[in-house]
Ligand binder design. Structure first.
Ligand code: ADP
Length: 401
């Protein structure tokens, strides 16, 4: 059975075709710059690379192009589109409605639309991706997997903000959390990897990429996470500020005659690593510059590490102790030096990195033998979870972890 997994952004469409018999990736691709000059598709099937630069005005065009590439006689992965049993879509915001992955119906689409104000950049694009698939292949079912869903188990004390209750009741203002599919995947995978039972487990998952978030996972359930109503809250990120006193927004807006939206745009797109270093949002550039003594890069790196350490300490408290700390995503999987800086001084918690084991980018325990807390690297695989959920949905099975 083959499932096509889609992650539709505002101007891009990433996809992966997976054969669920053996969970093998058959094709991977990206349609880039949808609706912008210079649009193109690139697909990889084994050694074969399919590339085409052509105008792609809308998401429906992107889907059509993707289906054409997948069935290309020389460089495709399918003889016939009927081989696709279902589409699995990543959807950013499920609000409070979606606590699980779900089969897309008209009601589900309406509810995704209701969440547009909560995910104004992503949800419309995600819905466009769903509708474009429905238009291209009306008989093929679509599954929706929400980035917020894993966090629905947070207690109210963790997800409420201390603003008047009416804003929760009227506007649904609360912490939702993001990267849920990744936190769910790595927290489950690390339990399998270490052979520890779900019940009684206390895990901190650190998804450190361009966008970063941490989650406290107890008995397999998320009980707190660092991102909030939007992905702006939490640790310092590539272009996002992370936590800041909301009065900063007011102060900048008043001082520089800017609107709240303009200041928030700065907080989302021009802050974090790039804002502090003035160099780059990419941790590789920051690390290289910091090693050359660039002051801004050194500070940006120190701030990133400091903010992550604070959450690890906080989540150890929230969990009542910690058994496992997991690193994942671009920085978490690939940057051994940052992992060491983050974990430095956590011996009092019983967590100690082994420098040699830490030289890995693959699934591994990187803690020392005498470390009470297991520290692990687990490469994330959100696509696999989306595919598994979609398969469960179309087979009418309960989604279990
Ligand atoms: P996104 O949040 O956009 O999915 P990623 O998870 O790919 O981002 O993370 C991007 C970050 O990961 C960048 O800061 C980059 O420096 C870092 N990164 C990605 N790949 C590597 C690598 N091979 N080596 C070191 N750092 C990497």
């Amino acid at each position: 059975m083959k499932i096509l997994i889609l992650n539709a952004g505002s101007s891009s469409l990433k996809y992966q075709l997976m054969d669920m018999d053996g969970e093998k990736i058959l094709a991977k691709g990206i349609v880039d710059r949808i609706g912008i000059d210079g649009s193109a598709i690139k697909q990889t099937v084994g050694e074969q690379v399919y590339k085409l630069a052509t105008p792609i005005p809308k998401h429906t065009d992107a889907i059509r192009l993707m289906l054409k590439a997948l069935t290309d006689p020389q460089k495709g992965a399918l003889k016939n589109l009927d081989e696709i049993s279902a589409f699995g879509h990543r959807v950013l915001h499920g609000g409070e409605k979606f606590i699980d992955s779900i089969l897309v119906t008209d009601e589900v689409k309406a509810a995704i639309r209701e969440c547009f104000p909560l995910g104004p950049l992503h949800n419309p694009a995600n819905l466009m991706g769903i509708e474009a698939c429905q238009e291209a292949m009306p008989q093929t079912p679509n599954g929706a997997v929400f980035d917020t869903a894993f966090h629905h188990t947070m207690p109210k004390s963790a997800f409420m903000y201390g603003v008047p209750m009416e804003y929760y009741k009227r506007l649904h203002i609360r912490r939702y959390g993001f990267h849920g599919t990744s936190h769910r995947y790595v927290s489950k995978r690390v339990r399998e990897f270490l052979g520890i039972p779900r019940e009684g487990s206390r895990i901190i998952t650190c998804h450190l990429g361009n966008g970063s978030s941490l989650a406290a996972v107890k008995d397999g359930k998320c009980i707190d996470t660092s991102m909030g109503l939007t992905p702006l809250e939490g640790v310092l990120m590539g272009t996002r500020s992370g936590n800041l006193d909301p009065a900063v927004v007011q102060y900048i807006a008043n001082s520089d005659s800017m609107t709240v939206n303009e200041v928030l745009n700065i907080c989302n797109k021009k802050s974090g690593l790039i804002g502090i270093s003035g160099l780059s949002s990419d941790m590789r550039d920051i690390e290289a510059a910091a090693n050359q003594g660039h002051e801004g890069a050194i500070l940006a790196q120190d701030m990133l590490v400091h903010s992550i350490r604070k959450y690890i300490g906080a989540y150890a408290a929230v969990l009542g102790g910690v058994d496992v700390i997991v690193f994942t995503a671009g920085i978490g999987e690939n940057n051994a030096a940052i992992r060491v800086s983050i974990m430095d001084g956590f011996e009092y918690l019983g967590a100690k990195v082994d420098p040699e084991r830490n030289q890995t980018r693959e699934e591994a325990v990187i803690s020392a033998d005498d470390s009470k807390v297991k520290i692990c690297v687990i490469p994330t695989n959100e696509e696999l979870l989306i595919a598994r959920d979609t398969l469960a949905i179309i087979e009418g099975r309960e989604i279990t972890d």
